[in-house]
Design a protein around this ligand. Structure first.
Ligand SMILES: *[C@@H]1O[C@H](CO)[C@@H](O)[C@H](O)[C@H]1NC(C)=O
Ligand SMILES: *[C@@H]1O[C@H](CO)[C@@H](O)[C@H](O)[C@H]1NC(C)=O
Length: 525
């Protein structure tokens, strides 16, 4: 009798031990410097790591570190450490104001603002109910047990792409109490990539609870889902704006241990089949192939957990066309994005230097904005023994991961104005981006470089630059972006040396050289 009782007790304990699922450490897959912050945001996981013998991250426990948007996150411990060496040009009065403006515009402060805006739009009244929360103007929403009717989509003839009429009244909703006034007030940005207004304006209360097994749900999606409206898939600058907003949205929704989990489903709000040279970047966000609307057309789909992320063309959104206060650089959010993508795609950084400056020159094989005397420039670079030069031709034929490895190899990245310069996001922290000529679009990549926190240089003297002709815009008329250029070799080399000097002085680059004997070290620095 007694013995049987003891056996039962052991069984109960065994079930308890096995039943409590251990945290999947191998799936955490965050850059090492992000793990301490992850622990501080998820104290129960941190406790589990402390107690577990299999947790490989014990060295990241008990370190004061936070992203920047958490309550009580001080500037000292924040991942964001922007610097504002330049003048604010009258935008604000004090240095402190300049720094905080930068943080709010282009760093984790931007996430904090969005998090503070979250309001309940549809209130659950019971355990099994739906819910909907959104930020102002429906720029971001998240919902539980959300119903979407994709049946009419099946009968559409045209390809759905930037359409605002995918849904009609009643085709989206949940079993919850809808605040119609709040929804009406916020459904004002009716433009495809500025808000979820075009979709959410049709949100209605459902009579039946949205639950698995209900007749109203032809398909039940249990996996947490991100529904995305994409800007562009062929252009690196624009498509990375999509990925960047997906990442920022994970921060916005960061309140639980699976906030950066890859056990997710991505649904692209188009019927165009998804194809992109940059498609591998989705591997950083999900383990499963992305869906488009084709996967759900004809069905009523119910989502257990769905996020409608921030969009790539929001007014004052990031990073397209966004005004950023003068004089500041180095956004922690952009740094974290870069590290997150590189880490998840398995692109390792350089661990040792060889004393030389690694230069990548991005060659364009397009009709316009080619460098006419490219061979001459490369020859000049190669004549300097302190430089190692690679000419890169990034096209769909080159695996994108390989391109990212090349970025990590690079100290000075040189290229003409064009989306390829978006590679600057993935250069090492000490790197320099040299936009050969900005074609009268001076702020686009300069601002992106500032946000990423790397040095930007560009052509300074227009008399030392020869356009092939005045440029021929497809719609007629002259245009700087539609011609090719020849660059003065000496001036080119002067600017490259300015860049190389910046690299040599940077602590990050110097740290790569600690293994070199001091004499060599000295000579190279
Ligand atoms: C978003 O956040 C909510 C609330 O913490 C959470 O329940 C949900 O799983 C999150 N969704 C995703 C897709 O991460
Ligand atoms: C630009 O280069 C020309 C030719 O070398 C020189 O005469 C001129 O002073 C330069 N302009 C500036 C602003 O440096």
């Amino acid at each position: 009798m007694m013995r049987g009782y003891v056996v039962q007790l052991w069984l109960v304990l065994l079930v308890l031990v096995l039943g409590v699922e251990a945290f999947p450490w191998t799936e955490l897959h965050l850059p090492p410097e992000h793990i301490a912050i992850f622990f501080n945001n998820n104290p129960t996981v941190a406790e589990e790591c402390r107690k577990s013998s299999s947790c490989p991250y014990k060295m990241h426990l008990d370190r004061a570190a936070c992203w920047g948007y958490e309550d009580g996150c001080t500037a000292e411990h924040s991942y964001s450490q922007p610097s504002c060496p330049g003048d604010a040009k009258g935008w604000v009065q004090t240095k402190q104001e300049q720094i905080s403006t930068f943080i709010e515009q282009g760093d984790f402060g931007y996430i904090k603002t969005q998090r503070n805006q979250l309001q309940v739009y549809c209130q659950p009244e019971g355990e099994e109910d739906s819910s909907l929360e959104c930020t102002d103007h429906l720029q971001f929403c998240r919902g539980k047990n959300i119903y979407i009717d994709f049946r009419p989509l099946k009968h559409r003839k045209e390809i759905v792409h930037y359409h605002m009429d995918v849904l009609e009244m009643g085709q989206i909703g949940g079993h919850c109490r809808l605040n119609k006034e709040l929804l009406g007030k916020n459904a004002v940005l009716i433009s495809p990539l500025q808000s979820w207004g075009p979709e959410m304006r049709f949100f209605t209360e459902q009579e039946e609870p949205v639950q698995p097994g209900r007749k109203m749900c032809d398909r039940w999606v249990n996996t947490p889902t991100f529904i995305m409206k994409l800007d562009a898939t062929v252009n690196m600058y624009h498509h990375f704006c999509d990925f960047f907003n997906l990442y920022t949205s994970q921060h916005l929704n960061n309140s639980h241990e699976s906030a950066f989990s890859r056990n997710t489903q991505i649904l692209i709000w188009e019927t165009l089949p998804y194809r992109s040279n940059f498609g591998v970047v989705f591997d950083a966000f999900t383990k499963t192939p992305v869906w488009t609307l084709n996967h759900v057309a004809g069905e009523r789909v119910c989502f257990k957990d769905v996020v409608f992320p921030l969009l790539p063309r929001m007014i004052f959104g990031l990073y397209y066309n966004t005004p950023i206060i003068w004089g500041c650089e180095k956004s922690g959010l952009f740094h974290a994005f870069s590290r997150h993508i590189l880490h998840r795609l398995g692109v390792a950084g350089r661990s040792q230097g060889d004393g030389t400056i690694h230069i990548t020159l991005l060659s364009r094989n397009t009709e316009f904005r080619r460098v006419l005397n490219e061979a001459q420039l490369i020859k000049a670079l190669r004549s300097d023994k302190k430089f190692i030069v690679r000419k890169a031709e990034y096209s769909h034929r080159m695996d994108f991961r390989q391109q990212l490895r090349q970025d990590q190899w690079t100290d000075v990245f040189i290229g003409m104005h064009g989306a390829g310069l978006t590679h600057l996001l993935f250069l090492p922290d000490w790197a320099v981006i040299f936009e050969l000529y900005n074609c009268f679009d001076p702020n686009c990549y300069k601002d992106l470089a500032r946000l990423r926190g790397i040095k930007y240089i560009t052509w300074e003297n227009s008399t030392l630059l020869k356009p092939e002709d005045e440029g021929k815009h497809p719609d007629g008329g002259a245009h700087e972006k539609f011609t090719n250029y020849e660059f003065d070799v000496d001036e080119f080399m002067r600017l490259v040396r300015v860049g190389a000097e910046h690299v040599r002085k940077h602590r990050g680059w110097q740290n790569l050289h600690h293994h070199l004997p001091p004499s060599h070290h000295h000579q190279e620095l």
